[in-house]
Design a protein. Structure first.
Ligand SMILES: Cc1cc2nc3c(=O)[nH]c(=O)nc-3n(C[C@H](O)[C@H](O)[C@H](O)COP(=O)(O)OP(=O)(O)OC[C@H]3O[C@@H](n4cnc5c(N)ncnc54)[C@H](O)[C@@H]3O)c2cc1C
Length: 469
């Protein structure tokens, strides 16, 4: 479906200066930014209601040096954040790309708060792995559903048109210059919409099995936990127009999706001192490395299943997340006063789990590192009542994509910008490098928010230039 058609001789039903494909966080933010710069904007969204992976996320956005951090006494800044991103991805991402988003995201959140009333606050009671400062920001419910609802509300209040059930099935182009898009409606009818600048905000290729098999083979059979509409259209269109792509094997996995409930269980269950055991009651990894790389590790266990084991203290922290509350409401979180009783509820070997938790206690008491390399120093012991959730590994979203410049303009293979094409969010190459382990928590919404705003502002300028030519 992701075709490029010749624009020559095509009659567009109507033309809008800036068209944005995709109504997730990147698209909504790009639309707000372009509108603020005086451009008429149209957002095209294939679903009946714009939600995207944004609605499925925890809605947590990392940002350094914000006023919310200052109010909480947290010292941080873009250089420090950039260093954390680069360290997690072992030096793979381009430092200029990292600096671009690390600098832009804090001001973007403050802009969304001041101008559009999004009530962000900083998560100041735990640190995500790899972040040297507490810099995750979220809305009151800590849910992506609230994030997208509030963004959609802001877009509607600004009078920006959002056309839903508008599946963009082709771009019209003259060489590398995009002239418009083909929109297919649910009844099969087709409309042609012209544009002066186009923002690709239709995320990555996690929902496209063939592209996942090609680029992320280790998760080819994993549950895809992102939005099914993200079929890699931006990647395929960009490639057909001669765009450069990078790090297509990069992705975010997650080693803690409640199964079969299908609900994300916050990784705070692990970072606060929980562990994962397999169906034999044995630990199998250094869980603290990161939830992204843990997806493939969990999938290698018997039945592709693990149990995350923690305690009520940790559950109380996790309860600030809507997802966790839902998992509890659905009965996915088991509870018992002894490891043996917990094991019976989990239907696994009681002696094995008791021995595993005793060993974890010993390591915590001694402040030692285990055979997998997990450092338990400073980690509080697990105490009754214990909690456990049955989880599996999943693919959340891809991190590779189109290479963009400081204006979020899509670049060609020689590093030259395509005339009027922009990419943001999961459509653009992220800052996670080529491996799951390179994903630092929040890298997804980071590029949606930061590049979304940059792309919107620049697309408004490009549309003005295109129409004045
Ligand atoms: C379960 C889960 C939890 C996550 N938690 C976090 C988190 O806490 N923090 C974080 O930073 N990241 C998180 N992420 C990642 C984050 O959700 C994404 O990186 C981010 O939402 C991407 O935003 P986007 O706007 O690029 O894409 P999306 O929000 O997916 O929006 C893309 C939109 O484009 C539409 N679309 C696609 N193709 C077309 C087409 N051809 N025509 C018309 N419309 C089209 C789709 O329907 C969709 O609505 C999580 C992801 C998942 C799945």
């Amino acid at each position: 479906m992701s075709r490029i058609l010749p624009a020559d001789g095509v009659e567009f039903e109507f033309t809008v200066p800036v068209v944005v494909i995709g109504g997730g966080a990147a698209g909504m933010i790009a639309a707000l930014a372009a509108h603020e710069r005086g451009a008429e904007v149209l957002v095209l969204e294939r679903d009946a209601l714009p939600q995207g992976s944004t609605a499925l996320s925890a809605g947590l956005i990392p940002a350094p040096g914000t006023r919310w951090q200052r109010e909480a006494g947290i010292a941080d800044g873009p250089e420090r954040f950039a260093a954390d991103i680069i360290a997690k991805a072992k030096g793979e991402p381009d430092p200029a790309e990292v600096a671009r988003v690390a600098r832009a995201v804090g001001p973007a959140l403050e802009w969304l708060a001041d101008r559009y009333g999004l009530p962000f606050s900083v998560v100041d009671n735990f640190t995500y792995p790899g972040h040297s400062a507490r810099r995750m920001h979220g809305l009151p419910s800590r849910s992506g559903a609230e994030l997208i609802d509030r963004l959609r509300g802001a877009v509607e209040a600004a009078g920006i048109d959002v056309l839903c059930e508008a599946h963009v099935t082709a771009l019209y182009a003259d060489g590398p210059r995009v002239r418009g898009v083909e929109v297919t409606r649910p009844d099969g009818s087709v409309e042609r919409v012209g544009c002066a600048a186009l923002v690709l905000a239709c995320n990555g290729y996690g929902g496209n099995k063939a592209l996942v098999e090609r680029h992320v083979p280790e998760l080819a059979d994993a549950l895809y936990f992102g939005h099914p509409g993200n079929q890699g259209d931006a990647l395929l269109w960009g490639q057909a127009l001669g765009a450069a792509t990078r790090h297509l094997s990069g992705h975010q996995g997650h080693g803690s999706v409640a199964h079969p409930a299908g609900i994300l269980v916050t990784w705070a269950t692990v970072t606060e001192g929980g562990v994962q055991v397999n169906t034999e009651g044995k630990r199998f990894s250094n869980e603290a490395q990161g939830y992204s790389e843990q997806a493939a590790v969990v999938l290698r266990q018997p039945q592709g299943i693990a149990w995350t084991v923690f305690d009520e203290r940790i559950a109380a922290i996790a309860r600030q997340f809507e997802d966790f509350r839902q998992a509890e409401a659905m009965g996915a979180v088991l509870g018992a006063d002894t490891p043996a009783d917990l094991a019976r509820l989990m239907k696994i070997d009681a002696d094995a789990l008791t021995a595993t938790l005793a060993e974890v206690d010993r390591l915590k008491a001694g402040g030692g590192t285990d055979g997998f390399g997990r450092d338990f120093a400073g980690s509080a012991p697990l105490v009754p009542p214990y909690r456990a959730v049955r989880v599996t590994g999943a693919l959340f979203h891809t991190q590779g994509g189109l290479v963009v410049d400081d204006d979020a303009r899509v670049l060609d293979g020689q590093g030259r910008p395509l005339p009027n094409l922009f990419a943001a969010g999961g459509a653009a190459c992220g800052v996670s490098g080529s491996k799951a382990s390179g994903y630092l928590s929040g890298n997804g919404l980071l590029t949606a928010v930061a590049l979304g705003r940059i792309a919107g502002m620049a697309a408004a300028g490009a549309a003005r230039e295109e129409t004045s030519q």
